[in-house]
Ligand binder design. Structure first.
Ligand SMILES: [Zn+2]
Length: 299
């Protein structure tokens, strides 16, 4: 097994001299960074921060700072000091550890940075998770695909434990399901409507359903992040994306002035704002200024 010294050598010593690192080293020395626990054998530590609690190894930390930069964070430096592989003075005082109850949420700018790094398709799934779940019912079931992997890796979303017997599937059209059941010779009550039929199939033919439909698994928004931040930012970016892609299909002047300053209402304009075939012959009235106006509203 590698020694702590060998593991620490993964980091380029020049990194520790950078301004970026020096800031974190200074924080690491403070009593506030007193670890909750250190496991010398496993060379890992547990820290309680203002935004959450983290398991930390010499090369990795669960905090957002590390997720953003992949460079040593203050927890990693403190662990390195505690294990004696990075020499610096540090203060220890268990009373200085932030208390769990007073946890703040992760700042908006970090949240936004993590969201921006996600593929657009994963951002759409994240929007679904935050939009279709609530604080009281935080679980939302999604497919385990590359978006799932990206979301878990970002730590914006966490897996929820669930009973393996509780299986769910992304059912499609009910007629397709009936056709599948018939072709596989699976018995069912033909009078059932979509929802009860899906429930019936999930209960009686889960393994067959898994061959036909993507299986869903429960996730939730990581409680260290603000749901409101995630929701508002994604609602803004998806609106912007929509307008950037579709702005040619709309005429700015067709928007009533009382709607112009209220993006929440733009959805209501879509039906009548869209150019019809005859109008498309006319020279276009507006354009990029609309998107700029959307941007300026949010900034
Ligand atoms: Zn950290």
């Amino acid at each position: 097994m590698s020694t702590a010294q060998e593991i620490w050598a993964k980091w380029d010593p020049a990194q520790h001299e950078t301004e970026y690192a020096q800031k974190r080293i200074k924080s690491a020395q403070s009593a506030k960074l007193t670890p909750v626990s250190i496991n010398r054998e496993e060379m890992c530590g547990h820290f309680q921060g203002s935004y959450g609690s983290y398991d930390t190894w010499l090369t990795e930390c669960q905090c957002v700072d590390f997720a953003r930069s992949q460079k040593p964070c203050k927890h990693i430096y403190r662990l390195a000091m505690e294990l004696g592989v990075y020499s610096a003075n540090f203060s220890t005082n268990k009373n200085a550890i932030p208390t769990q109850g007073s946890q703040k949420k992760i700042p908006l700018e970090y949240t936004v940075e993590l969201i921006d790094k996600l593929p657009i398709s994963a951002q759409d799934v994240l929007y679904d998770v935050v939009f279709r779940s609530t604080r009281e019912q935080p679980e939302y079931w999604i497919e385990r695909n590359s978006d799932y992997t990206a979301l878990i890796a970002s730590d914006l979303v966490r897996e929820c434990a669930h009973d393996p017997a509780d299986r769910r599937f992304a059912f499609g059209k009910v007629n397709d399901l009936k056709r599948e059941l018939k072709s596989r010779g699976l018995e069912y009550d033909k009078s059932l409507k979509k929802e009860p039929l899906c429930k019936f199939c999930t209960e009686h033919y889960p393994d067959e359903m898994a061959k036909i439909y993507p299986e869903l698994f429960p996730v939730m928004i990581n409680p260290d992040f603000s749901r409101t931040h995630i929701h508002n930012y994604l609602s803004q970016t998806s609106t912007e994306r929509y307008w950037a892609e579709h702005k040619d299909e709309y005429i700015e002047d067709s928007m009533p002035s009382e709607y112009a300053d209220c993006p929440q209402k733009w959805g209501e304009c879509f039906n009548w704002q869209r150019l019809d075939d005859q109008e498309e012959q006319k020279p276009p009235v507006q354009k990029p200024s609309l998107v700029n106006r959307i941007r300026s509203f949010f900034t």
